[in-house]
Write a protein that binds this ligand. Structure first.
Ligand SMILES: *Cc1c(COP(=O)(O)O)cnc(C)c1O
Length: 498
């Protein structure tokens, strides 16, 4: 099999003009006799002794590849990926902010990175103290007394939060069947409520895109366990009637759950606990700058009000009067464990490092995020349609309404944006905005980048009018053009065969 030889010159490229050649699969780099390592023959007795019947003499089409080919293959793949380290990643609702490198330094300290999860308590005082300090910091920021760090993602935090509510209601003889969720919510909200055994009832938003108090009042029966509310909501609009919302929910004995994925809009400025919120998940990989996805696992701590504390996942990290720390398994009312050990510990180190670096100035994060989103909003208003034009917090949701009249969709606009060197915004979410383009710049972008993004989006709007085919045919500069998304979802063949 012939494998292209890539010279450094061919690999070095303009990030806006990615190498157009298709990248061979790792299997296609295979060559007879290539090996990645070689060990001397075994010179001690074979104590494992795999039964002969289970050993194959030969693997059909086995990939034979050298270590250097493996390293180059995956490095090239990573270079074709777009990341926050390359440019603006305005994916709304995801808070794709810069991950400060000092966090990485802290997470790599051998005392944290090499800590063994089964090490005895006496040898784990530092790791336990860090978890305790992070819990204290998140409790302070949310205005809620206790926090569990166990959940591995926002969605698992939602599940944890709703299971806490369910347990509290059952323990107090008030088992209920329904969870209310506004029509603007993230899809994980109904999924989590359903998973926790509830029937989901959708609340229609008012024309401003926020909770309609009359609709809520009617829906809020004594069969409702909780209202799951995103604050600010997925339109980037703050629920300014939050105190009335909390009053209505509490009057019927329900709990107010807050999806805290959008905490970046007010972290350090306002406390959810003071707004009547009873339980809230946060995404360390959003608000607190720990890497997303391939950059590292997620973490979705959940903060709770006093009445939910007895049910928190087991174990909790506690401090004794003498200042030492221990894991408390003696929690008879706990909903149990959500995962092994303490959670995604490396993310705790990064998040605490981030919070400590800001100290009591952390409100600057939220102020910067809101300022940047509103700068983009001002730069694009009139060019792209704004269905809900309430004041924006940390993100702004435009739509393709004007461009769709010219036969160009939000997908086309997003693909064209890739030709301009930007990651596309979130699309087609929230569902109540048809053709949504949800933009969240975060506070870590400076004015020149925001200006360049606004300019690109304005140029694309002009192209939609003057040469719509150019936009409809985008992207023009990527190695892979339009993919068959339906085919990819319906025909899941991921296995390579020789
Ligand atoms: C990201 C997000 C979630 C889910 O969080 P994960 O960490 O991805 O599981 C839930 N709700 C909203 C509004 C989000 O943006």
């Amino acid at each position: 099999m012939s494998v292209e030889v890539e010279t450094p010159a061919a690999v070095a490229r303009d990030p806006r003009r990615p190498d157009p050649r298709p990248l061979p699969l790792v299997f296609e780099r295979s060559g007879e006799g290539k090996i990645g390592y070689s060990l001397p023959p075994l010179d001690v007795p074979d104590t494992i002794g795999i039964p002969e019947a289970l050993c194959r003499a030969e693997v059909a089409g086995e990939t034979q590849i050298s270590e250097v080919d493996v390293a180059r293959h995956f490095t090239r793949l990573s270079q074709r990926n777009f990341s926050i380290d390359q440019g603006l990643y305005p994916l709304g609702s995801c808070t794709m902010k810069h991950n400060p490198r000092t966090n990485e330094e802290m997470a790599r300290l051998p005392g944290f990175a090499a800590a063994h999860p089964l090490a005895p308590e006496a040898l784990s005082q530092g790791t336990l103290e860090l978890a305790w300090l992070l819990e204290r910091a998140l409790a302070e920021l949310t205005g809620l007394p206790r926090v569990t760090l166990q959940p591995s993602a926002g969605a698992q935090g939602e599940l944890a939060g709703i299971l806490l509510v369910r347990k509290a209601l059952e323990r107090t003889g008030r088992a209920r069947k329904t969870v209310l969720i506004p029509d603007s919510a993230h899809g994980t909200n109904p999924a989590s409520a359903h998973f926790a055994g509830y029937t989901v009832r959708e609340l229609k938003s008012n024309p401003r895109g926020t909770i309609d108090l009359d609709v809520l009042e009617k829906a809020m029966t004594d069969d409702v366990a909780a209202l799951m509310l995103t604050v600010p909501n997925t339109l980037g609009i703050f629920e300014d009637k939050i105190l009335d919302i909390a009053r209505i929910v509490h009057a019927k004995g329900g709990y107010l759950y807050c999806d805290g994925a959008n905490f970046n809009a007010y972290v350090g400025v306002a406390k959810p606990g003071l707004m009547g919120i009873d339980v809230m998940h946060m995404n360390l990989h959003k608000t607190f700058s720990t890497p997303h996805g391939g950059g590292g696992p997620g973490s979705g701590p959940v903060a709770v009000t006093q009445s939910l504390v007895p049910y928190l996942p087991r174990p909790t990290v506690e401090r004794r009067a003498d200042g030492t720390f221990f894991l408390d398994y003696d929690r008879p009312e706990s909903i149990g464990r959500l995962r092994t050990f303490l959670g995604n510990y490396g993310m705790f180190v990064r998040a605490l490092s981030y919070i400590a670096a800001y100290g009591n100035r952390i409100g600057e994060v939220a102020r910067g995020a809101v300022l940047n989103a509103n700068y983009i909003r001002a730069g694009l208003s009139g060019v792209y349609h704004l269905k809900y034009d309430g004041p924006s917090m940390h993100e702004v949701v435009f739509s393709d309404k004007k461009q769709s009249e010219l036969g160009v969709s939000n997908v086309d606009i997003a693909k064209r944006l890739m030709d301009y060197g930007f990651h596309p915004p979130t699309m087609s979410f929230p569902l109540i905005v048809h053709g949504a383009l949800m933009i969240e710049p975060t506070e870590t972008e400076g004015k020149p980048v925001l200006d360049a993004f606004i300019k690109a989006m304005r140029e694309i709007a002009r192209e939609c009018e003057e040469s719509p085919d150019l936009v409809r045919g985008a992207p023009h500069t990527t190695p892979v053009k339009r993919v068959d998304e339906v085919g990819a979802a319906r025909n899941l063949v991921l296995r390579w065969r020789p």
